[in-house]
Design a binder for this molecule. Structure first.
Ligand code: ADP
Ligand code: MG
Length: 236
């Protein structure tokens, strides 16, 4: 059966976030504290352990910076973003990972050049997260990741379709929950952060999936009207 997830508002998110962040940061802090204590007792730490410490610090830094993105929508910093260019840039960035996983990325970006008002770095993060998830879902057998850009009146829709493992109904219900991950090395933040960013841009993010067949993520964003004189003829 096909499941549909639609979350434009999630009121419980703040409480979940606070608990999640506290939990996720406490683990690396505990590790770091242990190492510092060892050093205080006069034990010289091997470089191996120092590398672990660095990794734990990076992890804390990553979690905190992910949440800074969510701190507040900065509409005053919105600028005209060309979605096509953003998608092309992110596809190029993810290409090595795609190759490594035997994934072919197919871009169908259409003839137009739709513009949305937004923070380009945040929008880039959204599409990078989603492409990454698609590729990771196909890491077993490889496959195709299709990225489609469609303009409909007033809206721009980006669809990312993979042929990966898919998502069970049980997991689908938990998507967007902070720190929910099915991956050994996952952090469970990508989807939640993406959803928040898209919502902050006045858009919506919908996930459809079938176990064993694949997943489709649709991101709709409000299209920005072009200035007079800049408009292009409609392209079908
Ligand atoms: P992470 O990728 O670190 O696990 P995300 O927030 O990006 O965190 O994704 C959360 C979970 O949602 C993943 O662990 C996975 O179970 C599921 N998921 C997300 N995207 C896909 C996809 N394209 N195909 C299958 N499962 C997915
Ligand atoms: Mg992810």
């Amino acid at each position: 059966t096909e499941e549909l997830l639609r979350r434009t508002e999630k009121l419980t998110i703040v409480g979940q976030l606070a608990a999640g962040v506290a939990h996720e940061i406490r683990n690396p802090l505990t590790t770091l504290r242990g190492f510092v204590q060892m050093q205080l007792k006069g034990k010289a730490l091997a470089p191996y352990y120092q590398t672990i410490m660095l990794g734990e610090l990076d992890r804390i830094n990553f979690i905190v910076s992910e949440f800074l993105v969510l701190a507040k929508p900065q509409a005053d910093r919105f600028q005209d973003c060309r979605l096509k260019a953003i998608l092309e840039d992110m596809a190029a960035l993810i290409e090595p990972e795609a190759l490594l996983n035997d994934v072919r990325v197919r871009m169908e970006l259409g003839g137009g050049d739709p513009i949305v008002a937004g923070e380009p770095n945040q929008l880039k993060q959204v599409f990078l997260n989603l492409m990454k998830n698609g590729i990771e879902a196909m890491s077993e057998r490889g496959g195709r990741l299709s990225v489609t850009l469609v303009s409909v009146p007033g809206q721009v829709v980006v669809q990312l379709r993979d042929e990966g493992v898919g998502i069970s109904e049980e997991q689908l219900a938990r998507l967007g929950e902070p720190f929910f991950t099915s991956k050994e090395k996952g952090n469970g933040l990508g989807l939640m952060v993406s959803q928040r960013i898209v919502n902050n841009h006045g858009g919506s993010l919908v996930v459809r999936s079938k176990v064993g067949e694949g997943t489709e993520v649709s991101v709709s964003l409000p299209a920005k009207e072009r200035e007079a004189g800049l408009s292009q003829p409609n392209s079908g």
